[in-house]
Write a protein that binds this ligand. Structure first.
Ligand SMILES: Cc1cc2nc3c(=O)[nH]c(=O)nc-3n(C[C@H](O)[C@H](O)[C@H](O)COP(=O)(O)O)c2cc1C
Length: 247
């Protein structure tokens, strides 16, 4: 949301506009008559606290409580999360995907097994997940080992997706360089014609990953940067130890 004279004007070509946060900072600064940089953007977090007495002893149940609250708050795509992977050499990469299920076994997302993340997770089956629910001033960090879900589970989820998503997943050689967009559109039209019955087979290169957590941290923003951080660490006997971390 921009304020005062800086409200988005339709005659400005999109390419000439500043991107989101930078535009907001610049425009607010102009409205207030002083120069403001991105470095000056900050806010105080005062909505809630997170204490050892009130947190659930089980991190998956605690995640469920926060996830439900994120849904009930009407946040857009509360299941969007950053997935960080790393190559065999330890070079990291991160991207957003959608969480499609969670239970005591871990956190599930679906993707192309031959994509960059797919290749990295094959070579180095460890991942970190981060959720950020800004309006609730909350972050959740998960770290653990990664396994493919069963073909049956991938099949069930694939079959539940809209036809367009199934066709898109079937044609995309995710993360590969392509000459232009027309390649995708032509292939989409070809597949659509080939599957008028809506029966699209699960591609061999597509399916789910489950991140089995070894640690899960819940972060609640607090005043003066004295944030609450409670981390569950999995013990060898599969129970969870809860530790408070300095903000
Ligand atoms: C909100 C959002 C949701 C996304 N969900 C998924 C998803 O569930 N699975 C997926 O493979 N890519 C998803 N993407 C695209 C990924 O961010 C990424 O571009 C793609 O998976 C290729 O990543 P890679 O080259 O690192 O493998 C999503 C992107 C956004 C912005």
């Amino acid at each position: 949301m921009l304020v005062g004279h800086c409200q988005t004007t339709p005659h400005v070509p999109a390419g000439a506009r500043l991107g989101g946060i930078e535009a907001l900072a610049r425009c607010q600064a102009e409205d207030k008559g002083y120069a403001m940089s991105v470095a000056d953007l900050r806010m105080e977090y005062a909505r809630a606290g997170l204490t050892e007495e009130h947190i659930d002893p089980d991190p998956i149940r605690q995640f469920g409580i926060w996830f439900t609250e994120a849904q009930e708050a009407g946040l857009p795509e509360p299941n969007a999360m950053t997935v960080a992977s790393a190559s065999r050499e330890g070079v990291p990469s991160a991207r957003i995907v959608l969480l499609k299920g969670f239970d005591e076994r871990g956190f599930v997302f679906y993707t192309n097994y031959d994509s960059q993340k797919g290749r990295e997770l094959t070579d180095n089956p460890r991942a970190a997940l981060t959720f950020y629910w800004a309006a609730l001033e909350r972050q959740v960090r998960v770290s653990g080992t990664v396994n493919m879900v069963s073909r049956e589970e991938s099949q069930r989820y694939f079959d539940s997706r809209p036809l367009g998503s199934r066709l898109g997943a079937s044609l995309s050689r995710q993360s590969e360089v392509i000459p232009d967009r027309s390649v995708l559109e032509a292939e989409f039209a070809r597949l659509q014609a080939a599957h008028v019955d809506g029966d699209v087979p699960l591609p061999s290169f597509w399916g789910g990953y489950r991140v089995a957590p070894s640690s899960i941290e819940f972060w609640q923003g607090r005043l003066s940067r004295l944030h609450d951080r409670l981390r569950y660490a999995r013990q060898p006997d599969n129970t969870w130890r809860i530790e408070r971390l300095s903000p």
